[in-house]
Design a protein around this ligand. Sequence first.
Ligand code: ANZ
Length: 706
Amino acid sequence: VMHPMGFDAFGLPAENAAIKNGADPAKWTYENMARMREQLATMGASFDWSKEVITCDPSYYQWTQWLFAKLFEHNLAERREAAVKWCPKDQTVLANEQVVDGTCERCGTPVEEKRLTQWFLKITNYAERLLTGLNTLPWREEIKDAQRAWIGKSEGAYLEFPIVGREEKIKVFTTRPDTVFGATYIVLAPEHPLIQNKELRIKNKEEIKKYVKATTKKTERERSENKEKTGVKLEGVSAINPATKEEIPIYVADYVLNSYGTGAVMAVPAHDERDCEFAQKFNLPIVETKFADWDEIAAIGGERTTQYRIRDWLVSRQRYWGCPIPIVYDPEGKPHAVPAEHLPWLLPTDVDFKPTGKAPLASSQELKDRVTKIFGDGWTPEYDTLDTFVDSSWYFLRYLSPRNVSNFSDAELLKKWLPINRYSGGSEHTTMHLLYARFFMKALYDLALVPVDEPFTERFNRGLIMGPDGAKMSKSKGNVVNPDEFVEKYGADAVRVYLAFIGPYNEPRSYPWSLDGVASMRKFLDRVARLVEGHGVSVNLTDTPCPSGIQQALAKTAMKVAKDGDRFKFNTAVAALMILVNELETLPTVPKTALTQLVVMLAPFAPHLSEHLWEKLGGEGTSTSLGVNSVHQQSWPAGAIIASSKVEVVVQVNGKRRGSLTLVTNGTEEDAVTKARAIPAVATALAGEEPKRVVYVPNKIINLVI
Ligand code: ANZ
């Protein structure tokens, strides 16, 4: 098992904190990482720190840049103009997910739309493979469905609607070309180029302009939501339905998105719900007609096509604290990848990182001089940095060889370890990180840089721990629980056992932090300690042999904790340990073998206490040796399971021994009777009679009375 830890440490939080406190984002970030390492250490977290990666470290981002350059060389990274959401206060481009109700998620300022030149990674080239790749992954269906919906494959056709009195035609995408006879109007997205076309004699230009402007405040998601339809008719222009040859009106409405299909739809109110709502609102005819067959569709210029909802991934950010995009422009303005020998392409430090609307890197004289020096006069740097999701799309490859200075990873180790058996994280990553990482893997596979094209075999979406009030922890709500205080008061082990106990890890539900929870775990651990150390209770540590009932309880617990632990169901694993402790507490004397097994099973949850008790029980512990005899190096009490899973049961007829059976521990009476009666000596003794009574003492005796 590899259990590494790292810091995905570029991005807005560091930059914003730095802007607010006037600190250097690098200093702020590295200080926070040191603090977190300490916190994790006090919790006894068992990470392999030799594998640590830090995405904002030049030794890491050198390879992010190297991989970006590879994608660029293979036409998978591209620069083009795009309409982007812009926050005028934060002075930066926002991702769609960062726009909430038309305002910036961070500061609440109404967003604007801007057309800017941006860098994209062409994830759409991989839409089909990202989709089919899901079929064989053993993930929960809901995770796969969410990705499928995000990729959004639709099979349909393009149709063309001539504009009355003009050469141009309006091309629409439809999944139902067969309904073309019922198309009674056309709807254009507000951004559709026809609306800007000056030659088109639109009579109500002002009204349209106002409507289009209002649209820029909304996100695509808000526009697609099922709200009351809005729109404006284009006065003075109309189109022809190619099937009916009838003249039909043209509208602009924001429920049609420019980024999907052709940004224009033929509206069929008789068959499409949204069109129907719109038609009712604008008093447009709703006509039922015959369905067109493919010959008719083809005769009207129909052309089959497949559309995907997924868009290319916009990766450039006009921000300081990110990985510099390793691109330079020649005097003609053509982009070139920075050659590998100049990587890492360092983030300049002579920068005013306060947002001004221009990329902060543009204020660096050092960066300009660097480019001139290496490439010559007239060459200029790229000033944007990469979206942090690029940094995190490949970090798991780096874990295999984190100090490698000659490659992004190690080919042999990639072959050995990939794909990752189990990958867990929050459900918020389903259509972002989890999709980006899959895309990266497929692209790198095509470039022969990795041996497999799916990165993660199993996916666990974990739950979320909420504040004690059941709401998401947030400073503004004042419901943040600081684990340090609990560690201080109750010890790290109590906090760990509490976290394990709070809910099934692998179920993406939310679990409120109970303020008494840690205290009651501390009580449980104290009881375990008393069992071993015998403080003030009537149990004594003895070397007596383990009664078979206790042996079975131990075996059962070992099996359950192992099985639940393997599925990350730590809560039920802890519950099983609690039941075992209850049982041991009923014994007048507790055998030592029972306690050693208990302590070994408790060790993953309460590592510090377990080691202490292990020493008390005669183990060496980490304090007295190199740790080879530590409780954490013991094998799981699996031997006990095998030894006790079968028992010898004596078979009697009327109290007289007639044979014996080897049965599973705690088997059913029914099974024991059937098997007993099949023993020849028993059958003879019964002489065809049905037993009047069965006395069954599980795991010991079965007596058939006739
Ligand atoms: C006519 C029609 C009749 C439609 C009918 C559907 C049902 P999916 O399945 O999501 O791909 N459409 C096309 N481009 C659009 C855009 N840019 N913005 C909003 N809506 C758009 O949806 C495809 C359907 O959504 C297309 O098929 C089109 O409406 C609409 F009974 O055309 B249909």
